[in-house]
Ligand binder design. Structure first.
Ligand SMILES: O=C(O)CCC(=O)C(=O)O
Ligand SMILES: [Fe+2]
Length: 381
């Protein structure tokens, strides 16, 4: 298999090294404790008794926050568990700092938080899976499916900020994105009819890699329904961000915007996000999906910007969902290379790649045009 970036690749260890980054640990602690304490109670209050309408009692159809006691900085856990990170935020104290938009101060306060992963994710058990290349409904798992072991990390990558619930029923509380980022969404998630659909997906590579191409139902993607997501993001980057797409939200992918920072975006992404998280619960057999406030985010590669791909790395999350917002005719090259499957996965508009964050992967270089993705780094509970 020819790697995409033979000359750029510096090896996995250097690519996941994030030691250079700085933060104010005290502020982080205060912020996330406040957020999660508040939301923990709020959500329990509103969600109890509402679970059975859309799925089973063991698969609550909403995101939850881990309890505040789990939200400690534990990069060097003594209990054998791993800290969870997503991708690498760029060093805050380095020369890239001035590229950061003034609407992103909340990043700085949230960069260091992390929380423990569930040890049960590392256990192995059997679970029926689709054959390669076949599209079939997902079985609902009775037991947790096997999950690839997370590799030992060489260094700190990422920093998940406080987990977030996104709700379609909530209004964006403020046009000021930094204010919005301080207020977690804790409202009830809609139970919509997609929960009754059977998942349409195919398995990519050997079953144990737990890598899937998920097809979103037509009513979520027909009539160019994903295009306004890109249009809103482009408008926001052009008119609201000092340095446009050069956000450096994540150091490797570089041109990313947290979708919740974009006014008017939540109603557009909520049904899609709900569907994807439900699919993750089903395919990976977890009860809850937890995401931080930068999820989902939009990622842009373009020849014009010079940011055309991303080198081999892994994401410090349990599952990465990578949804194509572009049509395959919009660009040349591109696709996600996953080392262990030996394949480059090129998604069609509205298809979503799901893979364990631990799998080494990269974004193939776009050689013409522009490629947009909606990426979600998900933690399973
Ligand atoms: O470009 C891709 O397909 C992969 C993106 C990715 O790996 C990431 O956002 O972490
Ligand atoms: Fe990635």
């Amino acid at each position: 298999m020819n790697l995409c970036y033979p000359s750029k690749s510096r090896g996995l260890v250097s690519l996941i090294d994030g030691d250079s980054y700085h933060h104010d640990a005290d502020d982080d602690h205060k912020n996330k404790h406040h957020h999660n304490h508040h939301c923990h109670h709020h959500c329990h209050h509103h969600h109890r008794g509402t679970l059975l309408s859309s799925t089973t009692a063991t698969q609550p159809p909403f995101l939850v926050y881990p309890s505040p006691t789990k939200l400690v900085n534990n990069n060097n856990n003594t209990d054998g568990s791993s800290s969870i990170y997503t991708t690498t935020p760029t060093a805050v104290g380095d020369t890239n700092t001035h590229h950061r938009s003034s609407i992103y101060p909340a990043y700085l306060a949230s960069l260091s938080s992390s929380f423990s992963t569930s040890p049960r994710l590392l256990s192995q058990s059997s679970f029926p899976l689709a054959d390669d290349a076949s599209i079939m409904p997902a079985p609902y798992p009775r037991t947790p499916p096997p999950f690839p072991r997370r590799r030992p990390h060489a260094g700190t990558i990422v920093s998940p900020p406080a987990p977030l619930r996104i709700s379609s029923s909530s209004h964006h509380p403020s046009s000021r994105a930094s204010a919005a980022a301080q207020e977690p969404y804790c409202h009830r998630q809609h139970h919509h009819h997609h929960h009754h659909h059977k998942l349409q997906y195919e398995t990519i590579g050997p079953a144990h890699l737990r890598t899937y191409r998920l097809l979103l139902p037509n009513d979520l993607i027909a009539d160019c329904q994903l295009d306004p997501i890109v249009a809103h993001a482009e408008h926001f980057a052009t008119n609201r961000l000092l340095h446009g797409w050069q956000t450096d939200l994540y150091s490797l992918t570089k041109q990313d915007i947290a979708l919740r920072d974009i006014p008017g975006m939540l109603p557009l992404i909520q049904p899609i996000f709900d569907y994807v998280t439900q699919a993750i619960r089903t395919l990976y057999g977890c009860h809850e999906v937890v995401v931080d406030k930068n999820q989902p985010h939009i990622l842009k590669y373009s020849v014009d910007s010079g940011h055309t791909g991303v080198q081999l790395h892994h994401d410090r999350c349990d599952v990465t969902a990578n949804l194509a917002l572009s049509r395959s005719g919009d660009y040349c090259g591109g696709g996600t290379y996953i080392r262990d499957t030996g394949s480059i996965i090129k998604l069609n508009y509205g298809e979503c790649l799901l893979h364990p964050g631990s799998l080494v992967h990269g974004g193939m270089e776009v050689t013409k045009g522009t490629r947009y993705l909606m990426v979600t780094f998900a933690h399973l509970r």
